[in-house]
Design a protein around this ligand. Sequence first.
Ligand code: ADP
Length: 652
Amino acid sequence: MSTEKNNNNKKVNFNTYWIYGLIIFFIICVNMFLYTNNTTQEIPKSKFMEIASQNHIEKLDIINDDIAEIYIAKSAQASYEHIKQGNPISVASPHFRLNFGDVGKFTEQLDKINETASTPIEYYHIKRTNYLGNMLSWLLPVFLIIALWLFFMKRMATGSGGPGSQIFNIGKSKATLFDNNTKVNITFKDVAGLNEAKEEVMEVVDFLKNPKKYTALGGKIPKGVLLVGPPGTGKTLLAKAVAGEAGVPFFSMSGSDFVEMFVGVGASRVRDLFKQAREKAPCIVFIDEIDAIGRARGKGAVQGGNDERENTLNQLLVEMDGFSTDKGVILMAATNRPDVLDNALLRPGRFDRQIGIDRPDLKGREEIFKVHLKSIKINDEEVVPEKLAEMTPGFAGADIANICNEAALVAARRDKKAVDLDDFNYALDRVIGGLEKKNKIISPKEKEIIAYHEAGHAICGWFLEHASPLVKVTIVPRGIGTLGYAQYLPKEEYITRTEQLEDRMCMTLGGRAAEKIVFDKISTGAQNDLDQVTKMAYGMISVYGMNDKVGNVSFHGMSQDNFNKPYSDETAKLIDDEVRKMIDTQYLRAQELLSTYRNELNILARTLLDREVILKSDVEQLIGKRPIEMVETEAENVTEAPEIAPEDQPEI
Ligand code: ADP
């Protein structure tokens, strides 16, 4: 609900409470005024007897057999001070009041007085009912109950917490509104890289700011923009930056906010969201994780099993069709699973634009580091964004933000004045492998197996032509179940060749191969490696068509359960056989390689046992430079173009 609306509600409730209060106060005042009389003086019995004996009493009313109201004759009024100064309004009111006690005895006394008196006292029995008093006596509790009820209703309806807080607003959209009153400080400057995406969304923002510029040429404002990309790549950040830049109201909510356990709530929230948006148009509506509601309809084991979600999606489709482009409501949505989205949602006219946001490349990572390093006090000489970007291939923006933060925390824990490269290395290890578990008890025998396992990976990688360069090997246990790892620096490449994948597979199997060669036994430590290798082999054969026998086929994205295989049983068997053959071949290759470099394997494993962490430079010292890198450097030296002095350059 919008903040403004909240304020309005508050105002209305404030006024009504005052009115209720005033009414009650007024009734009480009237009652008090009517039934309390200032000029009526209460007198004791003795005084009454005295007045009566002087024949001053003109009339006496016995009210409800309880009290007597005494009226003094006009001729005698001058002898009573308080009557002389009396309030003219209360002229008709009694002058004295007497609490006589028992009514029977009192009337007897009066009769006795009257027998001897020259002018007998007239007295009347009067029954008087205090209607207002009686009414108040039951109205007041009712008023109180109503007031309490209203108070709790208000608390429940607007209260931020409490289990009942949603009951009254359940059909209302939960979108947060950012407009002129709520400042968003994120702008495009905070979003590093993503230049194409920024350009696209900037155009949308521009549409909203100057619709005439586009409509004059016959263009239509796009209705929807879908940001597609892996988690943590900055989709939400980009949307927030749009809010910061747009200068138009921006509604933000998550796809899961529509879903509630009650039927019909999702659809009603969608309606409410668009109603609010239309009121604020031109504006942007952002739905994060739209796959929570936008999943393809009618898919799933039980048809119609999730009608509520489908209804919500239908409503969204209807609303998107409903708002015309000239209204200026633009829907932005983010998802990392465009494949599961309903086709109807993706057709032009709904999400006209799809902006792919990929993991950043080297340059992108460098820029993201620059953004996040701004808020950290760093040792400028050591911490260079370029270097950090090189160390973090495949990392998304969120990972980079996390590493920067982690590094700052580590430096603070180590009481440093600025964050240095060592802290970044530590943070990187922590993000990759999890928390160091220094106290984990590992027997020397186990440690030896781990050392040989990791050394096996490292040696394979070192001597294989297409393996990625090594960064470091460690046998410090980390996180859950990580006993050690070898870290590599993959190249920034968009396609991978068969021989690269084969070398990668061989290197991954190097751990188990080392255990087999050295101890002639294998362990469970290779489970993760085997998992990777199996996936890789199935991918190469059934997705990338990298096997001669299976051929150039790809079964990617086709349903692969037991009943709906896109291939025959023979092909299934062929794939299985080829996967096995491929893995066996690479395993043998790894074993052969390690047997050839057995000496180097021993050196590396022993050093690892000794130092726990060894870097690339250490490996170079221990077993010499990597053969492929020596070849590459030689080739570079040969092909380096001779420098031409400026004056020698041919004119173009
Ligand atoms: P997504 O919505 O794609 O899952 P987010 O937008 O929530 O990812 O990103 C999470 C965090 O990662 C952001 O708050 C930001 O700190 C960081 N981040 C991601 N991409 C970038 C980027 N391009 N520039 C700067 N920071 C980024």
